[in-house]
Design a protein around this ligand. Structure first.
Ligand SMILES: Cc1cc2nc3c(=O)[nH]c(=O)nc-3n(C[C@H](O)[C@H](O)[C@H](O)COP(=O)(O)O)c2cc1C
Ligand SMILES: [Fe+2]
Ligand SMILES: [Fe+2]
Length: 395
């Protein structure tokens, strides 16, 4: 079945129903790799798909035009989920030109070691396809150095590459095919932002501001993963909010434990946060995947990170989580380490050092107990949780 965005513009991507691990990110809802075909005097393919999905993309193209008749390919992004199929596609299509950013050209060369007929485009470059015109917009580091977007002027369709995407396999291609977004879609949109785009909040705010200044109108946003937005306003507003680092009165207690002492403290902190009027969540690091936890971190105002001391160190899953979190450059959060120890007790200090390195607001020197917490220590943890909620998670 052909999927037409606007007359002559088609979705020709692939649906990856089974993927659950996307470079370490838990994709419990699968994904899609969206590619688009514009039928004009110059038939143009925007992006490709993951290598193993080329047959699916070719079959969809075949319903619309012979792949050999494609004249141009636009490569918005070098990453292999969008360019993995490029080699086979180029071999089959023999395009006149492949349009990409200057950095895209260099990096496609590093990936494929092939000198294809590249043509570099920059922000504002225009390309006539016949009746329609494309304008290119470089978006370096959103989220790779080569990243760019492509705008179909006449129809006001933005092919936004990874921005506004979500890992979500579904039989639906558009946001408005039912009155409501599919269940779980909004979560996957947020999860994608948290795991892929959180470090680029400032760049995204600048881009959204520029869009308003230039008076750019989007009738449709067509990202490279997930649904195509015929109503782009909600996703634009969500991005605005996330990019600004807006937080909710929500506290997260994230921990691991060997003999449950740190866990006892974790529960006491959660009780305290609730008593202090906050929304609280408890996440055990070997029960909830770190990509799901950072989704909750995105709009949380307070992070309490717990670890026992193991061999003079923090527990490995806590170190793993903090390493992942640090790379995502979380903003506007209060934070503190806590934990149980037996003799040397380094974990909490090490956690706090990491939190400080992330430039989070350290709200306490850290809460530590020797071996198993007693009722007074648990009461103190609860009281501290309540106090932190009142002070740092105001409604
Ligand atoms: C293999 C192992 C190594 C440990 N290494 C240290 C250590 O280097 N320094 C320390 O203070 N405690 C160390 N401990 C003690 C634990 O930190 C202590 O038992 C703590 O109460 C465990 O908290 P949990 O119940 O949350 O796992 C170690 C415990 C185990 C099992
Ligand atoms: Fe990407
Ligand atoms: Fe992608």
């Amino acid at each position: 079945m052909k999927v037409e965005l606007v007359p002559g513009v088609f979705w020709v991507g692939a649906i990856d129903w089974n993927i659950r691990d996307f470079h370490g990110y838990l994709t419990e809802a699968g994904s899609t790799y969206n590619a688009y075909l514009i039928v004009d005097d110059k038939i143009t393919l925007i992006d490709t798909v993951k290598k193993e999905f080329v047959p699916e993309m070719m079959a969809r193209i075949q319903e619309i035009a012979a792949p050999e008749d494609i004249n141009y390919i636009v490569s918005n992004h070098v990453e292999m989920d969008h360019s993995g199929g490029l080699a086979e596609t180029v071999h089959r299509v023999k395009p006149e030109k492949i349009f990409c950013s200057p950095r895209g050209r260099a990096d496609l060369l590093r990936h494929f070691k092939e000198t294809w007929p590249f043509e570099e485009v920059k922000t504002g470059s225009e390309l006539s396809l016949g009746r329609r015109n494309l304008t290119f917009l470089e978006t370096p580091m959103l989220h790779w150095p080569d990243s760019m977007m492509t705008y179909l002027k006449e129809e006001q369709v933005l092919f936004s590459s990874d921005a506004f995407g979500a890992h979500f396999a579904s039989s639906r291609r558009f946001d408005d095919e039912l009155p409501e977004l599919p269940e779980g879609y909004s979560y996957q949109l947020k999860k994608y932002y948290a795991n892929i785009l959180m470090p680029m909040g400032t760049l995204i705010s600048q881009l959204l501001k520029k869009v308003v200044e230039l008076g750019l109108e989007f009738k449709m946003i067509a990202p490279d993963h997930g649904l195509i937005y015929r109503n782009p306003q909600p996703v634009l507003s969500a991005y605005q909010k996330w990019a600004a680092g807006t937080t909710e009165p929500k506290g997260l207690v994230i921990y691991d434990t060997m003999w449950h002492s740190t866990e006892m403290l974790a529960h006491a902190f959660v009780e305290g946060l609730i008593e202090g009027g906050a929304v609280a969540q408890l996440h055990h690091l070997r029960s909830t995947h770190y990509s799901n936890i950072v989704t909750e971190v995105l709009d949380a105002g307070l992070l309490l990170i717990g670890s026992p001391t193991l061999n003079n160190n923090m527990f490995p899953s806590v170190a793993e989580f903090l390493t992942y979190l640090k790379g995502l450059k979380p903003k506007n959060k209060a934070a503190m380490g806590f934990g149980s120890y037996g003799w040397s007790g380094q974990a909490v200090g090490l956690i706090n050092k990491e939190l400080e390195a992330m430039q989070l607001r350290l709200v306490h020197e850290g809460f530590q107990v020797k071996y198993i917490p007693d009722p007074e220590e648990l009461a103190a943890a609860k009281a501290l949780g309540a106090a932190l909620a009142k002070e740092h998670l105001k409604r």
